[in-house]
Design a protein. Sequence first.
Lengths: 427, 427, 154, 154
Amino acid sequence: MKSHRQILEMSGGVPTVTSFKPERIKLDFPIFTRTVHGKPLIYLDSAATTQKPQVVLDTIEKYYSYQNANVHRGLHTLAEEATAAYEATRTKVAEFIGGVKPEEVIFTRNATEAINIVAQSWGEANVRHGDRIVITQMEHHANLVPWLMLSRKTGAKLKYIKITGDGLLDLSDIDEIIDSRTKIVALTQMSNVLGTINPVEEIIEIAHKKGAMVLIDGAQSVPHLPVDIKALHADFLAFSAHKMLGPTGIGILYGKQEFLEKMEPVTYGGEMISDVRFESVRWNTLPWKFEAGTPHIAGAAAFGAALQYLQNLGMDNIRRHELELTAYALERLAALDFIKVFGPTDPEKRGGAIAFADNDIHPHDLATFLDTLGIAVRAGHHCAQPLTKLLGVSSTTRASIYIYNTTDDIDHLADGLNEARKYFRYV
Amino acid sequence: MKSHRQILEMSGGVPTVTSFKPERIKLDFPIFTRTVHGKPLIYLDSAATTQKPQVVLDTIEKYYSYQNANVHRGLHTLAEEATAAYEATRTKVAEFIGGVKPEEVIFTRNATEAINIVAQSWGEANVRHGDRIVITQMEHHANLVPWLMLSRKTGAKLKYIKITGDGLLDLSDIDEIIDSRTKIVALTQMSNVLGTINPVEEIIEIAHKKGAMVLIDGAQSVPHLPVDIKALHADFLAFSAHKMLGPTGIGILYGKQEFLEKMEPVTYGGEMISDVRFESVRWNTLPWKFEAGTPHIAGAAAFGAALQYLQNLGMDNIRRHELELTAYALERLAALDFIKVFGPTDPEKRGGAIAFADNDIHPHDLATFLDTLGIAVRAGHHCAQPLTKLLGVSSTTRASIYIYNTTDDIDHLADGLNEARKYFRYV
Amino acid sequence: MSDDLNNLYRDILMEHYKFPRGRKKLEHADIHNEGQNPSCGDELEMELQLDGDKIKDIYVSCVGCAVSVASGSMLADTIKGKTLAEVKKIAAVIRGMLKGEDVPDNIDLGDLESLRGVKKFPVRIKCALLSWTTLIDALAAREQGAEIRTSTTE
Amino acid sequence: MSDDLNNLYRDILMEHYKFPRGRKKLEHADIHNEGQNPSCGDELEMELQLDGDKIKDIYVSCVGCAVSVASGSMLADTIKGKTLAEVKKIAAVIRGMLKGEDVPDNIDLGDLESLRGVKKFPVRIKCALLSWTTLIDALAAREQGAEIRTSTTE
Ligand SMILES: Cc1ncc(COP(=O)(O)O)c(C=O)c1O
Ligand SMILES: Cc1ncc(COP(=O)(O)O)c(C=O)c1O
C-alpha cells in the first residue's frame, strides 16, 4: 500500500478531470496492486460490484477510528459526529440524483431491498386482483421476483415489455401492455446483461398518462450515467452503493415524498418509531420510518466519499469514457468471428456491460481460463435467468467496465479469448 | 495511528489472556487515542454500539484492497476469495453460538431485521386469531413492535411477562401467561436498560412444554456472555455485529433448520433463488434463501475478525471482567445519595448496562455535561419506551461497559456526577 | 468548564429552569396543544387565553430538560400581552435563530437571547424548539380551523 | 498456462467433453432423473436401464461446461455393467474425492482419476458433482420407493 500511496501523492491526490485518464484513476484503487495467478489484475466485473478507491477505505477507517457511535438520540460528541456523517451522505445522495429532498432518500441494504420495500409496502396496499404490474423481459431477479410474488399475492397480472432481437425494448405494443389497469411499471434503466439503456423518460410519460407509477431500477444506471430523477419524474428509484465505488451493505430507495408518506413501514424496531406504548405505536417521520434498527453508519459515511469521488470525475465524463471504451470493446469483439455479442451494437444505446458467447467454449470454462490470465469476468445467467433463456443460451460470459478500465484491459481480454481457442484446441 | 500501532507491537500483538487487562485491550482500539472536548475519551455507551479494534479495521481494509468481488456464482479468483471470506464467518458464527450448523446462520442487517424476519415469515404463517404471543415488559422496540404488529395483523393476543420492582422478570404467574394458546415467546436474554439477565433456560423449557416456540433477543447477551444456543434449545436467536466489536450493517438470525426450511423468504431477488422463469420461481436452499441481493460481504469478513478477537479473550473472561466492573460501578453509584440506579442490585443477576437517574438533573443535561468531560453516556428511553414509563420516568441516563472499560472509567463517571451537582448548583 | 457549556447553561436559562413561568393552570383556554419530543421523552402542555387578538394569559407545563423547560418558560414570559401577529413573528425569529439564521437587528430578544448558546449543541436544538413548535402549530391550526392533537419536533 | 489449469483440463477430460459417452437414448428406462446447477444453468438428464441389480445401459445428456459434461461421460463409462452396490460405492468415493477426502487404495478410478484436478477450483466442484449427485439421488429415491423430480448440487 505504501508505494501505492506514495505514487498517489506524487501524482497529486484527488483526480481533477480535464482529460479522463483511467491509468491515473487505477492508482487510486489499492486492489490493482495485487496479482492474480501471478498476473496483474484486469478487473472486468464491475457490473457485479466495483472496486473501491483508497479514499473510501480511508473514510471507513476514519469513521471507526474517530467517530464511531450509534446514531440519533445520542447526546455525546461521538454520537453527534456519527449522526452528522450518516445524514450528510443522505443529503449528498439527494443532490447526486438530481436534487430531491433528503427525506425522500432511504438507506437500505442494497437495491434489492429497496425494490422489495416498494413491492411490499406500496404494492400490497395499492395493487388489487385484476390490476396489472408491468416489467420488462430484461429485468434482474431483484426487479422481477418481488413483482412476481406481488402478482401472486394480489392476483394482479404480471406483464412483460418484450425485447427485440437487438436487445432493445420493443415498444410497438406499449399502449396495450401499459393500460389503464396498470398500477406500476418497474424497469431497469440499464440492463446488467445486454447493457441496453432503456428510454425510461418515454416510458414514464406513457405510464403516468395511464395513471401508473414507475419504479426505476438504477442499479446499473446511477453508477454509469448522469441520472436526474427529478427531471425524469420517476416515482421510485433503487440502487446500490457497492456498484459505484461504495461499500457493501448499503443501498438507496428514493421515493416521492407524497408516496413514501402514505406507505407503511415493512420493518419494525428502534429509530423508525416516534412513540410506543404497550398497546400502540406511532411511526417516525420520513426518512427514518423505513430505517429500523441500527443502520450501516460506516457504510453511509463511506458512500459519501464514493459519491464525492464520482462527482470530482464528473458523471458526464464517466459516461463519455465508458462510451468510448464500450465502442472499442465492441469493435475488438466483433473482429473475433468465434464470439457472438449480445445486446445493442450501437454503443450510444448501451453501457459497458457486455455479455457474449464463444461458439465452442462454455462460459464457465472461458471464465476459469481468463482468470488464470488475471482477467476477472463473470459467467452465468447474471441473475437474469428468463432473459438468458430468451437469448437461447444457458449462460453467457460478461465483461463489464468502469472508470478504471483502459483499452489495454480490452486488448488483454481479446487476446485471452484468442488464447482460449488455442488452449481448448478449437484452432 | 502509528504510535498506537507501535505500542501495540511492543506489547506483543493479539491479546492472550492470563489476566484480563482492559488497559492493555484499550490499546487495540484506535478511537481511544482521540480526545473529546480536550479530554481523553471515556466510552460508556457500548450497549448502543461498541468500539472496534484495529484488527477489525484492518480486515475491512484488506477485504476491499485484496479480495473485493461479488460473492457466489463468480468463477474468478477474487469472487472465490470474497465468497470464502463471507462463508468463513458464517461457520465461525455457528461455532461461536454453540456449534450449530452454518446453514442455520443467516446474515441480516442487524438484530432488528433478524427479529422481523421471524415475526413476518414464521409469524404470519403460524399465528392465528385467538393465539397468544408472549414478550416481556423490558423488551427493546426491536423485540416489541414486530410482535405488536403481528398481533394486530393476525388477531393474536400480545401478553407481557411483568417485571418486579427489582427489575427481574416476575415468573409467579408464568404458567398463566404462557399457556397452550401461546405460539411464540420472544424475550431478551439481557435488558439493555436494566442490565437484567433473564432465566431464558427456564422460560424456554416452560414454553416448549406448552408447545410454543422461543426467540431469544441476544443483542445484549451474545456480546457479553458465553451463549450456547444449542444447550439452551432456543428456536431462534437474533443479534448484531456492531454491539460486539464488529462493523455496522450486519447482524445474525439463527434458527433451527427444521423451522427455517419451512419458512418463506421475506425479501426476493438475486442469491436467494434457485430457478426463475417468467412465471415461476424456486427458492435457493438455506441459508441463502433469506439473503436476497448482494450482501454486506466486507461486513461479514470483518465480523469474523471481531469474533476471533472475542474468542482470544474468552467469553468467560469477558463475563468475569464485566461482573467485577459492574459490581464496582454499582458500589460507586450506591454511594452517591442523589443517584437512583434501576435494575437488579445483585451484579450476578445482571450485565453492565446501568441506567440511573439523578434526583434533580435531567438525563439530557447530565449527558451533555458529562460529554464535556469526555465521558460518553446515553440519555433517553433507550428504545424501550414502555419500560421507561413503567420505571416512572420519562428518560434515564445509561452507562454501559465492555472489555475496554476500567475502574478508572467508573471513577471518572462518579466524579463527573458529583461535579454535575456542583455545576448545576444542587450542592 | 467549557465555554460552550457555560454558554448553553447560562444563569438566566438555569433560573428559568428552576423557577419556570406560566405554570398556573388557566380557568378557561381558547387554544390548547400538546408537544412531544418522543426520542427524549420530553412532554409539554400549552394553553392560551385570548383577549381579542391578544394573548391574555398562558399556561406552559413542560416535563423535560433544562433547555426545554427554560425555553417554555421564556416563551410564556415573552408572548403574554402580545398580539397574535407579534407572537407569530417572534416565534419565527426564534426558530430561525435556533436553526442558525441571523436575528434581525430591530428585534429585542430579552431573556430569549440566552437560547443562542443552544446552537452549538445540535442535538439539543429540538429541546429549545419544543415549546415554540407547539405554539406555532397551535396558531396555524387555529387559523385554518383545523383540529390539532400533538406537535413533535422530530 | 498454469499447472492448476492443465491439471483441471487434462487431455482425458477434454476428450470426454468433446466426445461424451452415453449419449444414445434408451428404448426403455427403469430409472430417470434430471439434474440442475441453477446458478450455472447446467442441465442434465439421466436414464438407467437395469438387468436385475446390474446397470445394463445408461443415457446421460448434459448441457454444460467441460467439467460437468466430461464428468457425466466418465460416469456413463464407469457404471455400465456394474451392480447397484458397486455403483453406489464408486459414487460415494468420487463425491468424497471432489470434497477433498482421500481415495481408498483398493479403488481403481480409471479415467475418473482426471477429476482430481477440480479440487483446486472450488467453484467448479459442483460442475463435476452434477452427474454424480443426480445418480445418487435417483438410486436413493428408488430404494425408498420415492418419486424424484430434479436434483441440484446447490
Ligand atoms: C436488547 C436489544 N435488542 C435489540 C436491539 C436492536 O439492535 P439493532 O439496532 O442492532 O438492530 C438492541 C440494540 O439497541 C438491544 O439492546
Ligand atoms: C440491474 C440490476 N438490478 C438490481 C441488482 C441488484 O443489486 P444488489 O444485489 O446490490 O441488490 C443488480 C445487481 O446485480 C442489477 O444489475
